[in-house]
Design a protein around this ligand. Structure first.
Ligand code: SF4
Length: 380
């Protein structure tokens, strides 16, 4: 089996990726330097701006960050100039996404209210060993947006979510017991957030022997809403077991190489973040048995993956059509093109108004010419 380049430490994002879809994790190990898509680029630049803003607040002892200052900072960050942008860190971002970045940064400035004396670290990276079920010990690592002290004996890990997705709604109402349960179980967190919660809690308990509690807080910036989960030191075993199991699986997959069966695809909402949906084998399967639950699940998975590929290619195909004109495709319905309709507002698959001559007609005409018989010769 071919080998994969083994990461020095398993990053939190790789563990989360493997947890959602092992194959997606393999794609990201194979292709570490892939240029991010527009949404990921927007997220990267917004995080850079927020981190810089929090550092300034800490330096100046401020709780808030004025919107005008936030806009200035974001403009400078989006221009990606100066020595703080290291080689390999420049990301391509279209102006449309810059506009959205301004909206999200404005929301962040309006919402942020921090006690600067409680800031332990911005973009703080922690690394800790974990013993696997195979007997090996490997390192896991994670970098937090913001780490705050939660006196007397706790820490708060803040993670800024800069996407559009609505935060999960939990039915706790005003019941404080249900609210506490939801916080303990992390039921309001996103899928990714739940894995981050586990990894960061593990790392914090390993790094700071004085803490008894970790709160992981997702801040959905655009919606100005928070979801959080709490881990007590006493629950450490409950925390470590699933994490150890998952990292053991990941490590075995890496050791076995690209062909390992452990890199199985598993479709879901996370397909929207897949670096290579067009390589997903879910689309290649041949037989679908609709009378089985598995068969029906596969159709649902295909539908998710197909949507993901379509979204990924949308801007690309529009660019091709802009440059080269409509792209002819052949389907069961006959000749079709993908491109802009004549009104220039709608893009899609349609039957062209001016149907180009088919290769079949051209071949027939050529054959007629060679035999000395052309259509014009037909007597009516
Ligand atoms: S498209 Fe979805 S199921 Fe397929 S590899 Fe990517 S994340 Fe996994």
């Amino acid at each position: 089996m071919s080998a994969l380049i083994k990461p020095e430490a398993y990053r939190q994002s790789l563990i989360a990726s493997f947890d959602a879809c092992p194959l997606r994790a393999r794609f990201s190990i194979e292709d570490e330097r892939r240029s991010p898509g527009p949404l990921a680029a927007r997220g990267t630049l917004l995080h850079r701006a927020m981190h810089q803003a929090v550092r300034e607040m800490q330096r100046e002892g401020e709780r808030k960050y004025p919107v005008e200052q936030g806009m200035e900072l974001l403009t400078a960050v989006c221009a990606q100039m100066g020595p703080e942008v290291k080689s390999g860190e420049v990301v391509p971002i279209p102006m449309r996404e810059m506009r959205w970045a301004r909206v999200i940064m404005t929301k962040w400035c309006e919402y942020v209210d921090l006690d600067p004396s409680k800031i332990i670290g911005v973009e703080r990276r922690l690394t800790a060993p974990i013993e696997l079920l195979t007997g090996k010990t490997v390192d896991i690592t994670g970098q937090m947006d913001l780490l705050l002290a939660d006196p007397p004996d706790g820490v708060i890990v803040v993670d800024y979510k800069t996407g559009f997705r609505q935060p999960k709604q939990t039915r706790v109402g005003t019941d404080p017991v249900k609210a506490m349960q939801a916080e303990e179980e992390g039921s309001g967190l996103t899928e990714l957030g739940w894995v981050q919660f586990l990894v960061y809690s593990y790392l914090c308990f390993q790094a700071f022997d004085w803490i008894q509690r970790v709160i992981f807080r997702e801040v959905h910036v655009l919606r100005q809403e928070e979801r959080q989960a709490r881990m007590e030191a006493l629950q450490m075993e409950r925390l470590t077991d699933p994490l150890r199991d998952q990292v053991t699986l990941l490590d075995q997959a890496v050791e076995e190489g690209i062909a390992s069966e452990r890199w199985a695809p598993s479709a879901g909402q996370h397909c929207s973040l897949c670096p290579k949906p067009w390589r997903c084998p879910i689309m290649d399967m041949e037989q679908i048995e609709l009378h089985t639950e598995e068969g029906r699940r596969r159709v649902a998975h295909e539908w998710i993956v197909a949507g993901r590929i379509r979204k990924e290619r949308e801007e690309f195909i529009k660019g091709i059509a802009d440059t080269y004109g409509p792209i002819e495709v052949v389907g069961a319905e006959g000749r079709r093109v993908v491109g802009w309709r004549s009104d220039k507002r709608n893009f899609g698959l349609y039957e062209p108004e001016e149907i180009p001559e088919s290769p079949w007609d051209q071949a027939l005409e050529e054959a007629g010419r060679q035999s000395g018989f052309v259509a014009d010769d037909i007597p009516f």
